[in-house]
Design a protein around this ligand. Sequence first.
Ligand code: SF4
Ligand code: FES
Length: 796
Amino acid sequence: MKITIEIDGKKIEVEKNTTIIAAADKAGIPIPRFCYHKKLSIAANCRMCLVDVEKFNNPKPACATLVADGMKVSTQSKMAIEAQQSVMEFLLINHPLDCPICDQGGECELQDTAVAFGSGKTRYKEEKRVVFNKNIGPLISTDMTRCIQCTRCVRFLQEVGGMMELGMVGRGEHSEITAYVDRSIQSELSGNIIDLCPVGALTSKPFRYKARTWELIRRPTLAHHDSLGSPLEAHIKQNKVIRMLPREDESINECWISDRDRFSYEGLNSEDRLQVPMIKEKGQWKESDWETALTIVSEKLKLLLNNEGPEELGILISPQSSCEEGILAKKISTSIKSFNIDHRIRQSDFSMQHQGAHWLGNHIASIGNFDQFFVIGSNLRNEQPLLTSRIRKAVNHGAKLFIVNPIDCDPLMTVTEKVIQTTHKLPQELAKILKSMTELKGVLKKDIKFIKADLEKIKSDKTSDAIAQHLMKNVLEGKKSNTSLLLGQLAEEHPDYSTIYKLAFEISKLSQASFGVLPSHLNSVGLEAANVLPEKGGLNARTMFEKKLKAYLLLNIEPQLDSSNAQLMKDAITFSNFTVALTSYQSKYLNDADVLLPISPFTESSGTIINMEGRVQSFTAVTQPLGQSRPAWKVLRVLANHLGLDGFDYESSLDVKNAHIKIKSQFISKELSNEINIKNDYKIRLSKPKQFTRVGEIHQYRIDSIVRRAPSLQVAIQKTKAIAKLHPIEMKGLRLKTNDKIKVIQGSQSISLIVIEDIGIPEGSIFIPSGIDETANLGDIWGDVTVKKMTSGSPS
Ligand code: SF4
Ligand code: FES
């Protein structure tokens, strides 16, 4: 219901339950504030927003006072101004006024508000209090004497991050914000408290003292580390990105970004950035120039195509690559009739027919509107930090969450029912839920289309019955289902992905749930939509390496860190006759290549990505390319020219986009599809591992070559990243204690790791992370492994 109020004589129509501050914001009338934030709960503890409301004889906090029809508010009356000036004076009593050495200087709400609403003089002559700083990790710097106890940081971590990692202790003058003793902040969204802090109490540690804010050039760009494509603002000094901040887009990132998107810019300036083309001569890397390097690459490739045939070339591109890069790589592959091209580098089951790009199935903004979420194979916080905060908000407001996962990962929200089961039994667990659904009164057997035969043998249980009842409740009551079923990265990488997909699809059909896939990388959707996939009998990412081809072209890949089987990929490249890598870094994992061509990361290039909801987003370079590095689309175009291929006369990435991406609106639609056309032709595999199945999850700070090189993010996970985890029963069986050393054997390789006990790892599984140096010689990220206890005399 709309009502009319008046602020400073201006009539405004607003919804009934609006606060005065929100009404004023809508009308563009400034009211000073510190504790209020439109995305957080109301604390009303700073009193900076005091306004004069007619018929009240004392000022009212605008952030905590609801509007009423006919209400008259003044922000400029004597009472309002005196109240604001008094509050400002109180807040500045204990503030150190150290603006000249504060990183917040120039963008500080306290500074701005003091100038606009404070008094020019101070009456306070007594000693100021001092609050000791806290070490809350490598990402956030604290100067707690500057804190005005607005509690925005406390509320953010609890309400959006899901965990109360900061709190206020003490009373009155002794109150202070603190973390748990000796604990860094663990939230994957923690950097947002830097933006929220209205003073310089919480600032960015990596950015500390790097620049004054007014020295920075600000340019728009896009986050490149998950499939939201959050809008960012790159802050640049002397042609270097030295800070990333969120831009606000309610439909994508609201006003937040993940720590991965905020701090990964450090990796752009890594010392191992490749700045010139490199050619291997007699086993040694030699610097070269573009003309020589491209001539060598094109001559070698021509020779291979003539002598061995195009089927001996494999092209593997990173799922972070732009659509333009994917399109040009695909065009080269089609022109030379080598159909071995793929970007699905961590996937190992490709038996499902591609019908379209797998996507969220909804708009990002509407994901919070569901009443139920059924998440299959996803460590939500690790894979989709920001999308998870939307799900968390819905769950905090009463939505139910059900999870089927191969490891128990805490999503920091209430989980109504969960099934944690070892990898090879995951399909059975989904089949149990399907079976329970078929046993519910009112469900007809004919409704099950695909796996009738196998379902006869499956026995439901208490948890599968409970999940089935929740999923089917609305349907059986004749109401519209409001459930979102989401398949995550752990499902996508599973060796039985197609079976999991089919079962999940069947469950979604029966329960009328919305079926969505959480794309694991920035442009997974865009590259599938552009059909950067093998065709006409071409090999997929896995078979390309199993078959050990004669030559490979890698685009932005670190083979042993990025693939589903590091050993396999290393062997294939070692035994190939020729491998050319387009890369931004001189990585040790590319030492077996023959030529390295330096490409620019996204901040020095332009292109288009399509995010998880099918939104087409373009970005442009924010800095000049470093050294002789060049955007990958340009390198591919010139390589095509060297190969003598027709139709590559693009002048810009925009030319490529205009020629190949036909869009009428901001979203693509006909290229997106989660549908599958399956017959009753698959079995639920009942294999057993020899000893353990590896759960080779990749940490979000190891997901791509830029993030891996961001020192602050790496420090944040330093102590935990190379640790194996086993269930207590398995630990007991192997006579292991937490922090013992184990030998992990996979295929022909073995490594030693520290192991810890973790009740969240199901029996029969062992958690051994991938994407890190320590495990970069192992095999399948979901394969069988053998584990032995290492005694003090064992060789490591
Ligand atoms: S640290 Fe900053 S955000 Fe947190 S309570 Fe203090 S002033 Fe507010
Ligand atoms: S902004 Fe209203 S009391 Fe703090």
